[in-house]
Design a protein around this ligand. Structure first.
Ligand code: ATP
Ligand code: MG
Length: 181
């Protein structure tokens, strides 16, 4: 028997995101309930609702400390926005909610993270950042509507999250959080 001497480095799937607090979660869930009979996709569970800032994908566990150290150096301002529009992406069958006007501070935070991590050798695809919160996956019904009651979201911190596969779908595990100024 040949013994492989290749050391398999463990990697975990991670992303940076902002997470809704209880009032925002509740309102998002209310919208999901209203939309469910119309769009019949797979609804996102409350504990999975998030807005991705930057997706990293698989990162070796021995680099997670470096990720946290870099995150610590980011200085960005608090912001708020109104989630007011529901839309559908045909290419990936996702129904999402977004703001017609996301604040510049959100884009600055996402940009700063990308720049700081790139300097440290992390690589990303060059797709434009499209902030959104996924509400349904595998939806095959076009939905495009404005919310009668927009959802106000005040953001004062952001997170590093592990997306861990389990027998019961993914589990999101916060690995760190940082405050905005
Ligand atoms: P599942 O893929 O099992 O349905 P999930 O999509 O919730 O679960 P991940 O695939 O780990 O979990 O994704 C975590 C977050 O990162 C989601 O917001 C997802 O849309 C986003 N994401 C995943 N892959 C990419 C990618 N290649 N580029 C940008 N964002 C991504
Ligand atoms: Mg996914």
């Amino acid at each position: 028997m040949i013994k492989s001497n290749v050391i398999k480095r463990k990697a975990i799937r991670v992303f940076f995101a902002i997470l809704p607090y209880w009032q925002v979660q509740k309102q998002l869930m209310r919208n999901i309930e209203i939309l469910e009979p119309i769009c019949r996709g797979r609804k996102i569970k409350m504990q999975h609702l998030h807005l991705t800032l930057l997706f990293l994908g698989d990162v070796p566990t021995n680099q997670i400390h470096a990720l946290r150290q870099i995150a610590k150096t980011i200085s960005a301002d608090k912001f708020e926005f109104k989630l007011d529009t529901i839309g559908y992406w045909r290419h990936n069958h996702i129904i999402y909610i977004q703001a017609r006007n996301f604040p510049t501070e959100l884009f600055s935070l996402a940009d700063s993270l990308k720049i700081a991590l790139s300097k440290d050798g992390f690589v990303f695809d060059n797709r434009a950042y499209k902030p959104h919160i996924t509400l349904f996956r595998k939806a095959f019904q076009f939905v495009n509507t404005d919310l009668i009651k927009p959802i106000q979201w005040y953001v004062d911190q952001w997170f590093l999250i592990q997306s861990k596969p389990t027998n019961n779908g993914v589990e999101y595990i916060p690995l760190g959080h940082w405050n905005l100024n």
